[in-house]
Design a protein around this ligand. Structure first.
Ligand code: DC
Length: 219
């Protein structure tokens, strides 16, 4: 782990694999800050859509991003994003965001901005970060890497149970096939299939593996 970063637990996986619930519980268990990196991509997507910028318009997106003020602040030990002084939390799961977030996440400049925000947080706090490329690209040196997965049928059921319309199959395809930082399993990640496990069981398993690696509760 690079010296200037605190400890980082990376939880990667596709949509509705259970990573948010697992990451949140882990953060609580270890007293680390919980960071949902997807929320930063979602906030940027929401902002671009709100400005009426076409999602194919690379130049317009680039100039909007260069002038955007994006801040990650902490609330109840969770990172919260503020973009141009607005808290977009209530809009992050809007259907238009679900539909366009993978496309916006492909832009190298967007990925660079998000990675920079995550690095800033890791310079100040121990983190549990969930996402798609956290163990493979953003924090490749952390020894604490997990990849959680579940069958497509189970993941669809989970989203439906949350009452959400989410194009999981389309996002999976886009997130896995993009050329920049695609969703991949880092070679040194612990892989856990959550299809037939409760969240509690997955959390127990991850905690046991982290403790075996010497990770302990922060003081
Ligand atoms: O975790 P989520 O489903 O809320 O993420 C929304 C989108 O953000 C996801 O479809 C792809 C993008 N994302 C990404 O490209 N890299 C990450 N580390 C996290 C999310």
């Amino acid at each position: 782990m690079r010296k200037h970063f605190h400890r980082v637990v990376a939880i990667d996986g596709p949509a509705a694999s259970g990573k948010s619930s697992v990451a949140r519980e882990l953060a609580e268990e270890f007293g680390f800050v919980y960071v949902n990196s997807g929320a930063i991509y979602r906030a940027i997507t929401w902002q671009i859509l709100k400005k009426g910028i076409a999602v194919e318009d690379n130049d317009c997106i680039a100039s909007a991003l260069k002038s955007a003020a994006i801040t990650c602040c902490l609330q109840d030990n969770e990172s919260r994003i503020i973009i141009d002084n607005v808290d977009p939390t209530d809009h992050l799961r809007d259907h238009c965001v679900n539909e366009n977030v993978s496309r916006i996440s492909r832009f190298p400049l967007v990925r660079q901005i998000v990675a920079q925000k995550l690095h800033e947080l890791a310079r100040q706090h121990d983190l549990v970060v969930e996402g798609r490329d956290i163990g493979s690209v953003v924090f490749p040196d952390t020894p604490y890497k997990f990849y959680v997965d579940a069958s497509p049928a189970v993941r669809l059921q989970r989203r439906a149970a949350e009452g959400q319309r989410d194009e999981i199959a389309m996002r999976d395809h886009d997130d896995s096939s993009r050329s920049v930082s695609p969703l991949v399993i880092a070679p040194d990640a612990h892989v856990i299939d959550t299809s037939h496990l409760t969240i509690e069981r997955v959390v127990e398993e991850v905690i046991a593996r982290l403790r075996a690696m010497g990770l302990h509760v922060s003081s």
